[in-house]
Design a protein around this ligand. Structure first.
Ligand SMILES: NC(=O)N[C@@H](CC(=O)O)C(=O)O
Ligand SMILES: [Zn+2]
Ligand SMILES: [Zn+2]
Length: 346
């Protein structure tokens, strides 16, 4: 079996910098037309000038054979100014602002401590500039169970935010629960949307402990119960325009994952399209795959859809065990396993 679809984009991607960037960028550039690049570097990308410089670095690392376009984001902090949002919009290369609640995930220590207390003027300016807010939707209160953090975030931050600023464009990134899927479905189309990762469509939380601790399945928000996975699959495969592809591909050097305090993030760029295709096929919804991978995202962001195509072929292939690079190696999701769908340029 073979499918030809409009070239997809990745609306949530970590490309890192330095040697790691060099090692991973081609895996995204080989399949995707554009990527919304996350700003959680060390130090984070908090200014327009840093984002412009980071974009140049990425473009230099993209293989010459690819016209992959990085779409940049700004990392929101307690001290981001409305002026910075104006500058970001004027730059023409920054497409969104990213909210990391301080302490919620990898490199989020400089994130926001009090969204309503510290960031309202910035959020109001974002409405003016039609600049979307991308949210890592988890509260960080240590008394809230890690499996409930997304739902509590919706109730205590997202819902009030949308009520207060109904015109703000918001993307709830990497949704993991039935609650998030239902919430996004209840919001106004074109104003609130969600990205969905391959791992939250194909794995449930058992995958963290299958045969022993599985650090390469550890990401945030953490994998949830099977009922949540099923709810997300049905929302995504229903063809609802509010959901689109965002891999959250988040490479870490192997030693950073396989240690006594391993970091969160799954490197899925090499397998993402293969897994999305599998999910839609199993749901009997291959006819809806292209909208999810290639139409809903650009339509939400007000960007043109890609013109070129890619081919998805049902062809068994083996995921490499690892990708070696100058500082070590990166273990991809489903390392060493056999997958069914293979993506290629036309
Ligand atoms: N998803 C993750 O588990 N990790 C991401 C950060 C993020 O997207 O939350 C990373 O940067 O490694
Ligand atoms: Zn996140
Ligand atoms: Zn991410």
């Amino acid at each position: 079996m073979e499918l030809t679809i409009t070239r997809p984009d990745d609306w949530h991607l970590h490309l890192r910098d330095g040697h790691l960037l060099q090692a991973v960028v081609s895996h995204s550039a080989n399949h995707f037309g554009r990527g919304i690049v996350m700003p959680n570097l060390k130090p984070p990308i908090t200014t327009t000038s840093a984002a412009v410089a980071y974009r140049e670095t990425i473009l230099k690392a993209v293989p010459a054979s690819s016209d992959f376009t990085p779409l940049m984001t700004l990392y929101l902090t307690d001290t981001t100014t409305p002026q910075e949002i104006k500058l970001a919009r004027k730059s023409g290369v920054i497409f969104a602002v990213k909210l990391y609640p301080a302490g919620a995930t990898t490199n989020s220590q400089d994130g926001v401590t009090d969204l309503f207390g510290k960031c309202l003027p910035v959020l109001e300016e974002m409405v003016e500039q039609n600049m979307p807010l991308l949210v890592h939707g988890e509260v960080t209160d240590p008394s809230v169970d890690v499996f409930d953090r997304e739902k509590v975030f919706i109730d205590t931050v997202l819902q009030p935010l949308i009520q207060r600023l109904p015109q703000l464009k918001v993307v709830m990134e990497h949704i993991t629960t039935m609650d998030a899927a239902r919430f996004v479905e209840s919001c106004k189309e074109g104003t609130v949307a969600a990205t969905v990762t391959p791992q939250h469509l194909v794995l449930n939380r058992n995958a963290l402990f299958q045969g022993g601790l599985q650090p390469h399945n550890y990401c945030l928000p953490i994998l949830k119960r099977e009922i949540h996975r099923q709810a997300i699959v049905s929302s995504v495969t229903s063809g609802n325009k509010r959901f689109f592809l965002g891999t959250d591909s988040a490479p870490h050097e192997r030693r950073g994952k396989e240690c006594s305090c391993g970091c969160a993030g799954i490197y899925n760029a090499p397998v993402a399209l293969s897994l999305y295709a599998k999910v839609f096929e199993e749901a009997g919804a291959l006819d809806k795959l292209e909208a999810f991978t290639s139409f809903n995202g650009p339509d939400f962001y007000g960007l043109p859809r890609n013109k070129s195509k890619i081919k998805l072929t049902k062809n068994l292939w083996r995921v490499p065990e690892s990708f070696a690079f100058s500082l070590g190696e990166i273990i991809p999701m489903f390392a060493g396993e056999t997958l069914e769908w293979q993506a290629s340029f036309i």
